[in-house]
Design a protein around this ligand. Structure first.
Ligand code: FES
Ligand code: MG
Length: 594
């Protein structure tokens, strides 16, 4: 706190550069406008950005507008100067056509802000699904000291004495409507009950997942991911986060010191134990590429599949965000995994201590919500990574598979049984919604439902639409789920055992583009294979025919960014980043200052 004039501070190149007094004066005069004095700006105090993701357009992150005051006080307390600035909004439930489209846009904007302005360190105000990876990715690329602050989940939702979890209740409500148990007004009331306060989704959706993983990666103060947004502990955490970033600048503790291969391996293991979202492999692949860590998709199965599910949160379990926090949050989960030697304990974290030191002694405070390793909710609950002649890679979340399905198709390696049936193919979510309840489609309990045209190019950003409910007539007969496979994503709040994130997508002429309704498909989970049962010759003939017709058709771009992203974006198995952007690494260090 006493250290002044630290020569390393990059903000000095703006505010205290004797070699370029013209520009220094120009930089200084306008930043004085909001009340800072010349002495302060020239004093050598670390200048800390507060990357503000909250706004009226982003209700999940909006509470950061309040928390920023406490972050500021923490920064000032430690002798830093806070400069708050907006981050391009990404609201999962508000952005059309998909919030996924904006992750890379938000990333780009934040890279420019962090690189191009006089910032020595940054607080990343994370929360709603894509806001967390977008900000971590940008901090990784620029590589100035960075710490994430989760906005925290909403309070638990309640309806008629039962917990209603965000997102998860929508999937349930849709089934109830299809079965005639709920009308439209009742549906809206039921869904609204799941969102009782400020904060992000209270289920183990992508938001709780990505914030838990930010903590597991070491980028957030220990124990902080799960604190509910309205709790006073959340404000206190904001204050400590502000204090800590100033010291991180003085210690020169950067994302590249924290986001090591060990940190990513820890995150994969934690993701399985918490029952994390299928969006996590996409975002962690993207983050790994931006920091220069090699993280093949197969690592999710290799390191994660054998891990049991410990966290009893919806959609895989029954509880919600407040319960997760009271039960001990991420440290309690990590401690269980440390007990089995499954965590790389020496991985460094933002508080300057190791993951092992932070979490080793954490205890479970409610074993209904966080299970011990010896008594898990589900054994072997991590992802499977599948391949075949329809795609090179796809993910399946096994923690949500029903017991009957698991026993029959997954658990017994001696049993040759595999799911085989006719395919019904939908081209995008609109096609699905138009046709699903038409009895002429002939969908039965043996059908495999395919969704294509929903990947990063086809439905720009990739739509969360692979989890498809069966037709209403099957639901009334008691068939509540059918196997769903597709090149889109699935909401982390969905309990559907889908095979998703299929890469390459149909729009990139992956095998899914060649599939036709009525083809027989074999899904052999034990071998990790999904294949359409047609010959290679037939596949080649179909490919030639489709190419001659101009390739797989998808809707035209509606905005400039859609067109730019479609031209540059990679596939989901490698993070769906803007290809080429990963060559810009550690740019605050390697590319010099202006
Ligand atoms: Fe924002 Fe779920 S919609 S976290
Ligand atoms: Mg989502």
């Amino acid at each position: 706190m006493t250290e002044q004039k630290t020569p390393k501070l990059r903000s000095r190149a703006w505010f205290d550069n004797p070699d370029n007094i013209d520009m220094t004066s120009l930089y200084l005069e306008r930043y004085l406008n909001f009340g800072l004095s010349l002495e302060e700006l020239r004093s050598g105090k670390p200048i800390i950005g507060i990357a503000q993701s909250g706004s009226d357009l982003s209700p999940c992150n909006r509470h950061h507008l309040v928390l920023a005051e406490r972050i500021r006080e923490g920064i000032r307390e430690m002798g830093g100067i806070a400069l708050e600035f907006p981050v391009h909004p990404i609201q999962e439930t508000g952005k059309r056509p998909t919030a996924g489209l904006d992750r890379n846009l938000s990333y780009l904007g934040l890279v420019e802000a962090l690189y191009g302005y006089p910032l020595d360190g940054v607080v990343l105000t994370t929360g709603c699904d894509k806001t967390t990876p977008a900000m971590l990715m940008a901090a990784a690329t620029v590589n100035i000291p960075a710490i994430a602050l989760s906005v925290g989940p909403m309070l638990n939702g309640w309806h008629k004495g039962e917990r209603t979890g965000s997102g998860t209740i929508v999937w349930k409500g849709r089934q109830m409507m299809a079965a005639g148990e709920l009308d439209a007004d009742g549906f809206i009331k039921l869904v609204a009950s799941s969102a009782p306060s400020t904060g992000y989704c209270n289920t183990m959706g992508t938001a709780t997942t990505m914030n838990s993983l930010a903590e597991a990666l070491g980028m957030m103060l220990p124990g902080s991911a799960a604190i509910p947004a309205p709790y006073r502990d959340r404000q206190e955490c904001a204050y400590h986060t502000g204090k800590r970033i100033v010291d991180m600048v003085r210690e020169d503790l950067k994302p590249s010191d924290i986001l090591t291969l060990d940190a990513f391996h820890n995150a994969i293991v934690v993701n399985a134990a918490i029952g994390g979202s299928t969006n996590a492999p996409i975002h962690l692949a993207a983050l790994a590429r931006h920091i220069g860590v090699d993280l093949p998709l197969k690592d999710w199965e290799r390191l994660g599949h054998k891990i049991p599910l410990l966290v009893n949160l919806q959609p895989a379990g029954e509880y919600l965000g407040e319960d997760y926090y009271h039960a001990g949050g991420v440290p309690a989960v990590v401690a269980q995994l440390i007990g089995q030697g499954l965590i790389k304990e020496s991985a460094l974290t933002v508080n300057g201590k190791t993951m092992g030191d932070n979490c080793r002694d954490a205890t479970i405070e409610d074993d209904k919500v966080i299970k011990t390793f010896d008594n898990p909710l589900v054994e072997e609950a991590g992802f499977l990574v599948l391949s075949g002649n329809l795609f090179d890679a796809a993910i399946m979340k096994t923690s949500v598979i029903s017991k009957e399905f698991r026993d029959r198709y997954l658990s017994n390696p001696e049993d040759p049984d595999a799911f085989e049936g006719p395919a019904i193919v939908f081209d995008g979510p609109e096609d699905y919604h138009h046709r699903i309840d038409d009895p002429a489609m002939g969908i039965t309990a043996d059908t495999l439902m395919f969704m294509r045209g929903a990947g990063p190019i086809g439905y720009p950003g990739a739509a969360e639409v692979v989890n498809m409910r069966p037709p209403a007539y099957l639901i009334t007969e008691g068939v509540s789920a059918l196997p769903c496979i597709g090149d889109g994503r699935q909401s982390g709040t969905s309990g559907s055992p889908s095979i998703l994130n299929a890469s390459p997508e149909a729009a990139a002429m992956g095998g899914l583009a060649l599939l036709r309704t009525g083809d027989r498909v074999r899904m052999d989970l034990k071998k990790g294979k999904v294949d359409v049962l047609i010959s290679d010759e037939e596949m080649a003939a179909r490919r030639a025919e489709l190419e001659a017709a101009g390739g797989y058709k998808y809707p035209a771009s509606q905005t400039p960014w859609q067109e730019i992203q479609r031209a540059l974006v990679g596939q989901m198995d490698t993070g769906a980043i803007l290809e080429g952007s990963e060559k810009y690494q550690r740019i605050a260090q390697t590319m010099g200052l202006p």
